[in-house]
Design a protein around this ligand. Structure first.
Ligand SMILES: *Cc1c(COP(=O)(O)O)cnc(C)c1O
Length: 408
């Protein structure tokens, strides 16, 4: 099936072949999986609850623009990113849906954010004042849309609950500002024990009550990430912010994915040099792998500068025709050597699956190899790995170092 997709890709390329990346190492992103995952979340959450697709960090490494377009078409109501620059990338691609910047924007970014019509998260009086001043200068037709972020226990970004009312009032009384939402973020929603998440919700509810009691409309309330959304309907409120699991990945080993959610990305390449090792030959920097027998090995053009972590050295594996092939020695910046088991009939140019499907490691398994989480593995896949976007078996776009190329 995947072999076919690659063949289809090459075929469909036709005359476009010369103008987009043909690098053998590529990430194949299955847009049907993304659309299917969006539909599953849409059906999971309460009908009145909105679905926000989190596409920060280049869509968790999947390609923010294509993921955003696909998610919106499949029923997501709005988007979120981490930085103003990420929002600008989406606006430049003609994405007009509401976009919330989750992280703090620095004062120097505010003018750009307002010009792009991005919704901002705020948590201090200084930032609200700065946005108000900027909205005034810009002579904006529309008020700046703000979401007040409450720190209910994570101790990262947000205002302390006891300061929320004063900030809410500051926003509500300023005609240049619109109180669009009130939100918080969970520290432990992906853990089996729900206690701390429930405590955070209690703090959030109390804060909402305090503000509402003062006659201020808090706009949309939102608290849930993927883990909380998967766990129960208790966290739906007016909107859920789903990131990692839209990409078909579980937030942690303690959470269960809703059935039908499936990973969207695989990483593939083609073998370069295929060669023999003699007993005693040492492989790669430092010669940490020593051949015991006559063995076959092959070069794969991916390395840590692609996000293929050096920590995989000697530990992870790739797959050729369903057979697992171990990494021999150290992963280099741009290249990695794998061992070819006797049953593999591999030649230069043969496809090798690096991650994400079949007997190749999942992003979860790769994360386990280096003691991290799949978020980090996905988000670290470098821009220099071209993304090939596939829809119903057809290659529809390629994103490479010089941008996004739509092929239809
Ligand atoms: C990243 C992020 C999310 C999405 O979290 P997932 O675990 O990927 O679903 C939601 N809210 C905020 C504030 C975030 O930073």
């Amino acid at each position: 099936m995947y072999r076919n997709q690659l063949t289809v890709s090459k075929h469909v390329f036709g005359g476009a072949a010369a103008s987009v990346s043909q690098r053998a190492t590529r990430a194949i992103v299955d847009l049907d999986a993304i659309a299917g995952n969006v539909a599953i979340f849409r059906n999971l959450i309460a009908p009145a609850t909105k679905l926000l697709a989190v596409v920060k960090a280049n869509g968790y490494g999947h390609g923010a623009v294509m993921i955003a377009g696909t998610a919106l078409a499949a029923g997501a109501d709005q988007l979120a990113v981490a930085t103003v620059d990420e929002g600008a990338e989406l606006r430049a691609a003609q994405i007009h849906a509401p976009i919330l910047v989750l992280g703090p924007a620095s004062h120097s970014e505010i003018a750009r954010a307002l010009r792009l019509g991005l919704q901002l998260s705020v948590a201090t009086l200084a930032s609200i004042n700065a946005i108000s001043d900027e909205a005034d200068c810009a002579g904006a037709l529309r008020p700046a849309e703000l979401h007040l972020k409450i720190d209910t226990g994570m101790r990262r970004y947000g205002c302390m609950p006891e300061n929320a009312l004063a900030l809410a009032r500051r926003i509500a009384e300023d005609r240049r500002l619109k109180f669009t939402g009130l939100f918080t973020h969970f520290a432990s929603a992906d853990e089996e024990n729900e206690q701390r998440t429930l405590e955070q919700v209690d703090v959030f509810e109390a804060t909402v009550d305090t503000i509402r009691t003062s006659g201020i409309d808090v706009g949309i309330r939102h608290v849930a990430n993927s883990a909380a959304t998967l766990r129960s309907r208790r966290y739906d409120y007016d909107l859920v912010r789903v990131g990692i699991s839209l990409y078909g990945i579980a937030p942690s080993s303690e959470t269960t994915l809703a059935s039908g959610l499936r990973p969207a990305m695989s990483i593939r390449s083609e073998l370069g040099r295929v060669f023999e090792l003699a007993p005693g030959d040492r492989v790669s920097y430092g010669g940490t792998y020593v051949a015991r027998n006559r063995e076959r090995a092959a070069l794969v053009p991916i390395g840590y500068a692609d996000g293929y972590r050096r920590g995989f050295s000697g530990k992870a594996w790739m797959a050729i025709d369903g057979v697992q092939c171990p990494i021999l020695g150290r992963v280099c910046m741009d290249q990695t050597i794998i061992g070819l088991p006797a049953e593999v009939q591999a030649h230069e140019g043969n496809e090798v699956i690096i991650a994400g499907t079949g007997t190749a490691p999942s992003l979860d398994e790769l994360a386990n190899v280096v003691g991290t989480i799949p978020y980090e593995i996905a988000a670290s896949i470098a821009r220099r790995v071209p993304r090939y976007f596939v829809e119903r078996g057809d290659l529809v776009a390629v994103e490479d170092l010089d941008g996004l190329h739509q092929l239809r």
